[in-house]
Design a protein around this ligand. Structure first.
Ligand SMILES: [Zn+2]
Length: 376
């Protein structure tokens, strides 16, 4: 037992060192390829048309996944190359520097076969709007410098990972150009013609709420709470890592946090307790997961740490931290047994109550132990 504890302490010190050494900032963009995506939509047909261009370095392999897309053509340095539509994983090793260009299309109706384990569709294009969080462009493996241009009918407003956004009118509608100048392993896109926008500023951080007209009354409270959470976490973990933070209502019941925004379903934002719980959790993910990335091969530490410093912290401040931790123990005892237990480093994301008890609950308790041993 002592041995285990001393091993644990060594590990603990290592984790603490890794977590609290001042961050070197975002990964160096020059080390990674450029991924330029151009898309347009036919909403009535639930269709996306796109061109993806990925920069190539001689001798460096590039992999991308097709997912549900139909590939129309592939050009390497301007020359069309043959491919098999049935392939899922595409692999190229270019002989010289240049670019690969992939023309593609996809149909994204809200079909149950496309739903994730949480029951939410990964890609939808219909008259409610556009919500793309699955594979909606040829998905290059690993980090890339994304630059997205998306064209919509007049009246649409769109959100994607971005530090800067340029909007311009085109002959067919309106184009949004999203610039996110940090390497990232993928981007998402959400848009509709139903958004009303309320903007705010927090010491140079652009804050905005993109809400549907019928929920606009909630926007001010979401912005006010967002300010408070960002101020809280700037004191606790460090400077807010981006220039923007948007709270974006979704017609799908999502509760996701992406770099520079959170995507909350209508059914979620209307719940009265969300601004006091989940909103803070999603904002803390801007640091944990969206700025310091997760390497899923080596375990998703971000949920447990985020839960500990949001959901648990809010209870603790009301003198109910013990109750939150007790519930973690009850959940673990109830939902985890010899058949479904696994080490915390094997956690990638929750898919049931058992995996949640490990990846959120047990990891939160691990950070609680560290804190008890080493202090705040
Ligand atoms: Zn989370």
């Amino acid at each position: 037992m002592t041995f285990i504890i001393s091993m644990f302490h060594r590990l603990a010190v290592l984790i603490l060192v890794l977590l609290f050494v001042p961050l070197p900032g975002h990964a160096d963009a020059a080390q990674y390829p450029d991924c330029n995506i151009d898309v347009s939509f036919d909403i009535a047909q639930s269709k996306i048309d796109g061109i993806a261009r990925i920069s190539l370095t001689a001798g460096k392999e590039v992999f991308f996944r097709k997912g549900p897309l139909k590939i129309l053509y592939i050009k390497i340095n301007g020359l069309e190359t043959e491919f098999d539509q049935r392939q899922e994983l595409f692999e190229f090793t270019p002989e010289k520097d240049g670019a690969i260009e992939i023309g593609y299309e996809g149909i994204f109706e809200d079909s149950p076969s496309d739903h994730r384990s949480d029951g939410i569709a990964s890609n939808v294009i219909d008259n409610r709007g556009i919500s793309l969080t699955g594979i909606w462009y040829p998905a290059k493996e690993g980090l890339c410098n994304y630059d997205l241009k998306a064209e919509f009918p007049i009246g649409y407003k769109a959100v994607s990972e971005a530090e800067e956004v340029f909007k311009s009118e085109t002959s067919n509608g309106v184009e949004f150009h999203f610039i996110f100048p940090h390497p990232i392993d993928g981007i998402n896109l959400i848009a509709t013609d139903r958004y009303r926008v309320i903007e705010d500023d927090l010491d140079g951080i652009y804050l905005a709420a993109y809400f549907f007209t019928e929920d606009l009354g909630l926007a001010r409270a979401y912005l006010e709470y967002s300010r408070q959470y960002i101020e809280l976490y700037e004191k606790l973990v460090g400077k807010y890592p981006y220039k923007r933070f948007l709270i974006v209502e979704n017609f799908l019941p999502t509760g996701y946090s992406m770099p520079t925004y959170t995507m909350l379903g209508s059914s979620v934002v209307r719940l009265p307790f969300i601004i006091e719980t989940s909103l803070g959790h999603e904002i803390l993910h801007q640091w944990f997961g969206n700025h310091v990335y997760i390497d899923h091969e080596r375990g998703n530490w971000a949920e447990g740490l985020t839960a500990y410093l949001s959901d648990h912290l809010y209870k603790e401040r009301k003198g109910e931290g013990w109750n939150y931790r007790k519930q973690i123990m009850i959940d673990y005892a109830s939902f985890v047994g010899p058949d479904n237990d696994f080490p915390v480093r094997k956690f990638t994301g929750r898919y049931d109550r058992g995996s949640q008890s490990i990846g959120y609950g047990k990891v939160a308790m691990m950070f609680h132990m560290l804190r008890r041993d080493f202090g705040d």
